[in-house]
Ligand binder design. Structure first.
Ligand SMILES: Cc1ncc(COP(=O)(O)O)c(C=O)c1O
Length: 368
């Protein structure tokens, strides 16, 4: 069997034991004589699957009882619309409400741009002046803010909030797509947490939303049914057909994580992997991390050649990505909008994968 080390930012590598188990269970899951893909979402066979997935997520993240967990479709991007619609949009003719956003990169900006269709968006801080290579200090919320939105880990630029801001009674909303379950997180500090599954949780197609009770039920009457949290909560994520297979795989990933020792254990491994790679970059003659030390992500590590001549630099990048792929180290290109390279080292990336990348880089640098 050939397996590559996949450094993709998402969809990304899944734990091999999960894939092997899913393959084994593919045609007959839990003695049902069916694949999960064939099951009715309302059947007695699927019910324990979604219940188990939710229970494991609650246990691993320590989700308090006054929070609901939803498994939705539409990706994290649909949450860019659902959040303003459900928390701050108003009936037609009523004065608009306002919401605070912190601009820490492309996804944060997209979330703000989408919200601006429904609410008065105030960008209270931004790190755009330095190409998003740091996390700006977050001002306190202002009176009348309906909510306060941050992107906890910025997948493209490789920054993360070391500490989420304290927003007092204003609900703090965080996009945790690229850091969910990578480190301990105090859920009770947030009003809503949301994440597309395709990085640390499972396949693309499922979005996890964790929402505090008091934030449910405020959408204006014109909100499309599928975009209303209250309807999804009332129907237990089954107002329409949920992404059943994705939910099943998330359940297997969570079991795998629990067996490893849960979030504290994976956080230790993630720290070890990231430290190993950042310290290599610190010593490297030819590459460096563009991100400020205090803001460095554990999950997504961009790195760029020190070469200043644009053509030579491009040539190094092209060769690097091609030669790494030939050695089974794939998807190391940086985001198309920022260039350079990026190693995404989510929970499923083994330490061996990071070591293999470092070994390759030593050889590559020797030939420069
Ligand atoms: C932090 C963050 N937010 C949102 C998105 C968009 O996710 P989706 O493609 O699930 O809509 C991504 C995708 O990579 C992301 O990294």
């Amino acid at each position: 069997m050939k397996r590559v080390y996949n450094f993709s930012p998402g969809p990304s590598a899944l734990p091999l034991p999960v894939l092997e188990r899913a393959a084994k269970e593919m045609t007959d899951t839990n003695g049902s004589g069916q694949s999960v893909m064939e099951m009715s979402h309302r059947s007695k066979d699927f019910k324990p699957i979604i219940e188990k997935t939710e229970a494991l997520l609650r246990e691993l993240m320590g989700i308090p009882a006054n929070y609901k967990v939803l498994f939705l479709q539409g990706g994290a991007s649909l949450q860019f619309s659902m959040i303003p619609l459900n928390l701050a949009a108003v009936e037609q003719g009523a004065p608009k409400k306002k919401a605070a956003y912190i601009d820490t990169g492309i996804w944060a900006k997209k979330a703000a741009d989408e919200a601006a269709k429904y609410v008065d968006v105030a960008i209270r801080a931004s790190s755009k002046d330095k190409s998003y290579t740091y996390i700006p200090s977050a001002p306190a919320p202002e009176a009348g803010d309906a909510y306060y939105h941050i992107t906890l880990n910025n997948t493209i630029v490789g920054t993360k909030w070391e500490k989420a801001p304290d927003t007092g009674s204003v609900p703090l909303i965080a996009d945790i797509s690229s850091c969910i379950l990578s480190e301990p997180l105090d859920v009770s500090k947030f009003g809503i947490l949301y994440a597309g599954a395709q990085k640390n949780l499972g396949p693309a197609g499922t979005t996890v939303v964790i929402i505090r009770d008091d934030l449910i039920g405020h959408a204006p009457s014109w909100t499309p049914a599928l975009l209303r949290y209250d309807i999804h909560v009332e129907e237990g994520s089954m107002y329409n057909t949920p992404p059943c297979y994705g939910i099943y795989i998330i359940g297997l990933v969570l079991e795998w994580l629990k067996d490893l020792g849960g979030v504290p254990a994976i956080a230790k491994k993630n720290r070890e992997k990231a430290d190993m790679f950042y310290s290599y970059l610190e010593k490297s003659r030819n590459f460096h991390s563009p991100v400020e030390k205090s803001a460095r992500s554990l999950m997504n590590i961009p790195f760029i050649p020190k070469e200043t001549d644009a053509d030579k630099r491009k040539d190094i990048e092209t060769r690097f990505i091609k030669e790494a792929a030939a050695e089974g180290l794939i998807n190391l290109a940086g985001h198309r909008l920022v260039g350079g390279m990026r190693a995404s080292i989510y929970n499923a990336m083994p330490i061996d994968g990071v070591q293999a990348l470092i070994k390759f880089m030593e050889k590559f640098e020797g030939g420069l």
